[in-house]
Write a protein that binds this ligand. Structure first.
Ligand code: PRT
Ligand code: ZN
Length: 283
């Protein structure tokens, strides 16, 4: 069987989470910072460690079968690849930002202004779709200092916490795109059995991350009220306890409404609530 190749970022913001995801998928490999390629010992897969900017093209051209990279980089490189799975990390937005004291007040007032960015392709499309004619100044980094140096009237850059904008006297003005890390593959190869196996492993890890395993004790009399609050994978397991009026309930709860559920459960009479992380959920 052909050995697949997956390209991930060698170092930078996506490296650690990409390695963690692949390890959580049960893949054994060495993560030497010095090597560019690392074989997986228990799956026909090799990991390529690359600059993130090169990953989309490597996948498009078939040098790698799969890649993990920010959506922003895929859009900027304009490659034709298959989006296989959003991964929920590396979240950020590409925003136009302006100096705090700028007179730019509406999208139309960007007409004729200079905007510095490392994302000229995405910015150009955004401006065109909004009928704005601005001067895009493509620079290779430190975009946020360009208005202060008098090189541009605005910038278009990635923002996560907003701290970099703030510390440079800038404020967000318009959202161009939101982005997260995604698993991409070569177009036409999506049905490959090994690729499908990997996608399923990735999905089971992501599902597990979104949920917690909860064990609680409930008075039998309140069981209906308590199970009504619990979605579970199918339905909660109810286990007898030595004390005959009580049962233990085992279930999974989505992370997003976790605290609401826990307080509702307490109100419904649940006690001794134990919450555990889940490693994988396989349907
Ligand atoms: O060396 P290589 O080319 O591989 O890496 P790189 O330096 O080009 O990219 P890297 O590691 O900085 O980012 C990789 C990916 O992480 C990006 O392509 C995005 O998909 C994602 N990501 C998520 C971010 C951010 N958040 C982010 N905040 N990439 C960059 N930033 C930068 C931003 O450019 C700005 O300088 O962080 C600063 C703003 O951060 P806040 O928190 O102050 O708003
Ligand atoms: Zn890069």
């Amino acid at each position: 069987m052909k050995t697949l190749k997956i390209a991930i970022q060698k170092s930078g913001r996506l490296n650690e989470k990409s390695v963690e995801l692949l390890k959580n998928c049960g893949l054994n490999f060495e993560n030497y910072k010095s090597s560019l390629i690392s074989p997986v010992s228990n799956f026909p897969l090799e990991i390529l460690f690359l600059r993130d900017d090169d990953i989309p093209e490597y996948v498009q051209d078939g040098i790698a079968d799969l890649g993990i990279v920010g959506e922003n980089v895929i859009q900027e490189t304009e490659v034709d690849v298959a989006y296989l799975q959003p991964l929920g990390f590396g979240r950020c937005s590409l925003k136009i930002a302006i100096p705090n004291n700028s007179d730019i007040s509406s999208l139309a007032s960007l007409n004729g202004k200079a905007i510095a960015t490392t994302y000229p392709v995405i910015l150009n499309k955004y401006l065109q779709s909004n009928n704005i004619e601005a001067d895009i100044r493509t620079i290779s980094g430190s975009v946020e200092i360009s208005p202060g140096l008098g090189l541009s009237d605005a910038i278009c850059d990635l923002v996560s916490t907003g701290g970099t904008l703030k510390s440079n006297g800038l404020k967000p003005f318009a959202d161009v795109m939101s982005s997260e890390a995604v698993l991409i593959g070569r177009k036409g190869e999506e049905d490959n059995d090994l690729i499908q196996e990997l996608i399923q492993r990735v999905q089971s890890v992501l599902r597990a991350k979104e949920t917690k395993y909860v064990v609680l004790n409930a008075p039998k009399a309140n069981l209906d009220a308590i199970t009504a609050l619990l979605p579970g994978v199918k339905s909660p397991s109810v286990v007898a306890l030595a004390e005959s009026d009580w049962v233990a309930v085992h279930t999974v709860i989505p992370e997003r409404d976790f605290w609401d559920r826990i307080s509702q459960l307490k109100q419904a009479g649940a006690q001794g609530i134990v919450v555990l992380p889940i490693e994988k959920i396989i349907f």
